[in-house]
Design a protein around this ligand. Structure first.
Ligand code: AVJ
Length: 331
């Protein structure tokens, strides 16, 4: 018997090649772009370029959401803060705060009422939070800004444990990006961290005539189209994809049955795109679904809040009822 022959099963010990984990962007792109209806999640819009493009959208004549909500705050900030405080001292947190452009009006009202206020903006973007802190602390004396980098859809939101009363701001109709089921899940996560009597201020864009909605999501100057297409530029930049962005057309659709605006990117013709070693074939007219933006009714607001453990206490709207600011109490 030869002692030299190695057993057939012998393994040559080679260290396993380390497999780099996929980045969140790569994971989202891979999963979404290989689905039957290709999709990309809307959080991918907000890299530095996309955040700047969104800021420009908020200034477009057709995009009524931001200016309508701001006008509601301008007219009712003191009332909103008084109702949320209910005679106690308030601390304020904000979900997806971004640069907190509209929040100043509410913080000023809180400072008028109680002299100072702790403000805790929560966002996934550290740069946006830095801008918010610098901007607010110079503009609104009396505000103590404590930024928190967190993904509020997953992580528990860090609240001010010592606060007599919490007011959580979730404004701008950001909740509209979530399906009703996911919206309930997000708001329940918030509710679980509040005490009875704490409040949520929820901004909701309302159902309205189709022309107004379509114009808001497909403006004449093409700002929304550029915002939508930036998602492909981002994949080119960050993943080395080779999307020919000029061959995808922005599309906005009102889906009445689902009560939502949808944004898509339509392939102008048959085309091939590669992302690393993934090869994608687009048929002419095939779309990538990039966003849902749900629109609300009085009934759907009450339903959403109730399912999430809140009770609608007060509501402020503009004269046309295009946008609503809802104060809900943790029940
Ligand atoms: C930031 C999610 C509220 O849905 O209107 C703007 C994003 N999309 N134009 C919205 C958006 C197209 C916006 N939200």
């Amino acid at each position: 018997m030869s002692t030299l022959a190695a057993p057939l099963t012998a393994r040559i010990p080679i260290a396993p090649a380390p497999v780099a984990p996929l980045s969140p962007v790569a994971r989202a792109a891979l999963r979404g772009l290989t689905a039957q209806q290709r999709t990309l999640p809307p959080w991918l819009f907000y890299d530095a370029a996309g955040s700047a493009l969104f800021e420009r959208i908020t200034q477009l004549p057709e995009y009524y959401l931001t200016r309508t909500e701001r006008a509601i705050f301008a007219a009712h900030a003191d009332e909103i803060i008084a109702a949320a405080a209910g005679g106690e001292t308030l601390s304020i947190a904000e979900l997806g705060a971004g640069t907190a452009a509209k929040t100043g009006l509410l913080l000023e009202a809180a400072v008028r009422r109680q002299g100072s206020v702790i403000y805790r903006p929560v966002d996934v973007s550290p740069t946006a939070l830095e801008m918010a802190k610098r901007h607010l602390e110079s503009r609104v004396p009396g505000v103590l800004v404590e930024p928190q980098v967190a993904d509020y859809t997953r992580d528990p939101i860090p609240l001010d444990a010592g606060a007599a009363r919490m007011l959580v701001l979730y404004i701008g109709s950001s909740i509209g990006n979530f399906s009703p089921e996911d919206a309930v899940r997000v708001l329940r996560t918030v509710r679980d961290q509040l005490q009875p009597g704490d409040t949520l201020l929820l901004g909701t864009d309302m159902v309205k005539d189709e022309r107004t909605l379509l114009a808001a999501y497909d403006d004449a100057a093409g700002g929304t189209a550029e915002f939508n297409r930036n998602i492909l530029h981002r994949l080119n930049r960050e993943l080395g994809a080779d999307f020919d962005v000029t061959r995808f057309t922005h599309q906005a659709i009102w889906k009445a049955a689902e009560s939502r605006m949808e944004m898509h990117l339509v392939s102008n013709g048959p085309q091939r795109v590669t992302i690393d070693d993934l090869e994608l074939h687009f048929a002419a007219g095939e779309t990538i679904h990039t966003e849902n933006s749900y629109k609300f009714t009085q009934k759907s607001i009450v339903w959403l809040l109730k399912q999430s453990g809140f009770t609608l206490e007060q509501q402020w709207t503009d004269a046309k009822v295009w946008f609503a600011v809802n104060l809900a109490v943790a029940s």
